[in-house]
Ligand binder design. Structure first.
Ligand code: AMP
Ligand code: MG
Length: 389
């Protein structure tokens, strides 16, 4: 059995091959940027009015201002504003030469081609050319994960396509003679296959590509064929079940027979002890325990960060801190325990949880709390850090 950090180091040190592709902006969500993005323009590109109002010269104390033109957004002004003059300008319109502030419409009256101010304000209401982004600025860094706001930035600097890392193609294979596809009838010794669906959803949520999912019985030759079939079309295969000490747990031996190197087979975490990581060239297999909470947790701890590494991104989980609502004790302390919790307004609440088969507990949880090896107790009110799920 190896420690969590040693397993993590093995995964971090495993060579991966990253490849890139160009994608249009409507396909960038969740992708990892494979280039720095340098702006070729200023944002805003011109001195822009932040209000509907009248552009004039600061400090011009004229009683009334002659309106020399109207400037809707999208129009280039034709005239220069001088003392005693103003230009009527709409939000997003160019503030004309000469003018350096905009008096908002609410503080004015307009009559017979003249504007008179009815109130004072200190705001200039002008967004200066280049105040948000300067031409030549690096606006986004290679390796970041693209969220909606980054998609917006890419578009605002005029890029229609961008270079991103290719997604790893991932297969999900659920082993177990007792598991049955949802929608079918089950007999008293059988259970529904939930891992195919939770793992597939985790694959998609991580930003990787799901090649497909399949169930296989606990038969070495069947498992071997299913693994080979997946590996002819995938970069990574996640196999659930069949990795423990039972008489029908064939996954490690099948992987060895197929020429895979097993880097670890047991990790000091709970749930998730019998976790397998194997590789052959640039193909990888994760063997995760069949209990649904175990497979879920192992994916979050090891598989997701590895997928992101394959896509050129250094994954850092977001840790949220809070105060433990009720103390936790445990007897055995030789593994890191991950417990489903609910984080709410700075408070961490443990939930009814019966162990690694209790997938329903995860539906009430929004984070995992880790009790590290060696710790017997977390007292009520302790400040802890949890990892959102
Ligand atoms: P295993 O890791 O194969 O020993 O399985 C551990 C437990 O998880 C057993 O109770 C299995 O029935 C259950 N299990 C295995 N695979 C699945 C699956 N795909 N969906 C739901 N439960 C599973
Ligand atoms: Mg099994």
């Amino acid at each position: 059995m190896i420690l969590f950090k040693d397993a993590q180091k093995i995964l971090d040190d495993t060579p991966v091959k990253t490849e890139t592709e160009m994608v249009g902006l409507d396909k960038v969500l969740g992708r990892i940027l494979a280039q720095d993005v340098i702006s070729t323009i200023n944002m805003p590109p011109f001195n822009k009015s932040a209000m509907d109002g009248y552009a004039l010269i600061s400090g011009d104390k004229s009683e009334r201002f002659e309106i020399i033109e109207t400037i809707p957004a999208g129009k280039v002004p034709q005239k220069k504003v001088r003392k005693g003059e103003c230009a009527k300008v709409m939000t997003g319109g160019i503030v004309p030469e000469g003018a350096d502030r905009v008096i908002k419409t609410e503080l004015t009256v307009e009559k017979g081609g003249f504007m008179t101010m009815t109130g004072e304000e200190t705001n200039k209401n002008v967004c200066t050319a280049g105040e948000d982004i300067q031409k030549g600025d690096r606006v986004l860094d290679k390796g970041i994960r693209i969220r909606p706001q980054e998609a917006g930035v890419l578009a605002s600097v005029g890029l229609a396509r961008v270079k991103v890392y290719q997604k790893p193609r991932v297969g999900v294979l659920s082993t177990g003679t007792e598991i049955v596809s949802p929608g079918k009838n089950i007999n008293p010794s059988q259970i529904y296959d939930s891992n195919s669906y939770s793992l597939s959803a985790q694959v998609l949520r991580s930003g990787a590509e799901l090649s497909g999912y399949k169930m296989v019985r606990d038969k070495p030759d069947k498992i071997r064929k299913a693994v080979s079939d997946f590996l002819s079309q995938c970069d990574v295969l996640i196999i659930s079940g069949g990795v423990s000490m039972g008489d029908y747990d064939y996954v490690p031996s099948v992987l060895k027979k197929l020429g895979f190197k097993l880097h670890f087979e047991k990790v000091a975490i709970k749930p998730g002890k019998p976790t397998v990581f194997a590789s052959k060239g640039y193909q990888y297999v994760f063997g995760v325990p069949g209990n649904p909470v175990s497979s879920f947790v192992v994916f979050e701890l090891f598989v997701r960060p590895f997928f992101l590494r394959m896509m050129g991104h250094k994954y850092e989980p977001l840790w949220i801190s809070g105060l433990l609502e009720k103390g936790i004790q445990r007897r055995k302390t030789h593994r890191d325990s991950y417990i489903p919790v609910e984080h709410k307004k700075g408070s961490i609440k443990t939930l009814p949880y019966h162990g690694s088969a209790h997938i329903h507990a995860l539906t009430k949880a929004n984070a995992l709390l880790c009790i590290p090896r060696g710790e017997k107790e977390f007292k009520t009110g302790k400040k802890v850090h949890v990892r959102p799920i």
